[in-house]
Design a binder for this molecule. Structure first.
Ligand SMILES: [Zn+2]
Ligand SMILES: [Zn+2]
Length: 280
């Protein structure tokens, strides 16, 4: 069974709001003159960065496969997105042309994007605060730890402040692309350059595998077929991978040998098959 589809546009907006909430909580923690709030500020900023990453995943969801959409570490998320769109970390502005003057007029503000290198560095550095002080800290610098964590959180605030200063956000530009409908109801999108070099693709929602079938410039998808040789009579057999959303039984078309297919792709045959007994 495939899981129910979620509204990814809504998910992207909700992650953005969640990120902003974490950002404001970090700001508030840094504003108060209280000891031992540094690590909480670092934690809030880390959660903020993660939420921004997941908003991006939601924007690009139709271009991802099932494992891609489940990435959670910022570095892995950015690697995944950069492989799809090299411009994903570039801040963008939107302009419209004034018909009377021919001038381009910017509408909204810049959509400020975090770069992969900044994101990974910030997420790691903020994560250093999320530990119990070591014995080494007790000996060397326990008094300064909180100050150091606060400094660290302050260091990464301005870049995130720019993100939230943008009134334009979650912009998503898609060049030439092909779109398909999976059996589960999900839309799958592949950019032209990417689909040309692939022979199969996986649905982000249900993980069905589809063969990419070209006919001239037209492209369609067909359920991916798995072939196997029967261990008893050596006949060629095949089945559609699409059936693999559940464990299921297969049967050799020639000798009738039954097998059970389970995930990850594994076929168990009836016990007598490999003993070389004659077909029933
Ligand atoms: Zn699907
Ligand atoms: Zn057979």
């Amino acid at each position: 069974m495939s899981e129910p589809l979620i509204d990814m546009r809504k998910a992207a907006s909700s992650y953005r709001r969640r990120a902003e909430k974490h950002f404001k909580e970090a700001q508030a923690l840094l504003d108060i003159e209280q000891r031992n709030t540094g690590l909480y500020a670092c934690l809030q900023l880390r959660l903020c960065i993660e939420a921004l990453m997941y908003a991006m995943l939601a924007l690009y969801h139709a271009e991802l496969n099932k494992s891609g959409i489940r990435k959670w570490q910022p570095k892995r998320v950015m690697d995944e997105l950069l492989a799809i769109d090299p411009h994903v970390e570039a801040s963008s502005t939107m302009s419209i042309q004034d018909e009377s003057t021919g001038d381009w007029v910017q509408i909204g503000s810049k959509d400020h994007r975090l770069t992969a290198s900044w994101t990974v560095k910030a997420h790691n550095a903020l994560g250093n605060a999320l530990h119990t002080p070591t014995l080494g800290n007790l000996i060397d610098d326990i008094e300064e730890l909180d100050i150091r964590y606060k400094e660290r959180a302050r260091k990464y605030l301005p870049e995130l402040a720019e993100v939230f200063a943008s009134t334009t956000f979650n912009s998503y530009f898609l060049g030439q692309n092909r779109q398909f409908n999976c059996k589960c109801g999900a839309k799958i999108i592949r950019r032209e350059d990417r689909i040309k070099s692939a022979s199969v693709m996986t649905c982000w929602n249900c993980a069905r595998i589809w063969d990419i079938v070209w006919e001239g410039e037209d492209v369609s998808i067909a359920p991916h077929r798995v072939s196997y040789d029967c261990p008893r009579c050596a006949s060629k057999n095949g089945f559609q991978e699409i059936e693999m959303t559940e464990n299921f039984k297969i049967k050799c078309h020639k000798c009738g040998l039954e097998g059970q297919v389970s995930k990850p792709l594994q076929i168990a045959f009836e016990a007598d098959a490999v003993e070389g007994e004659s077909p029933k």
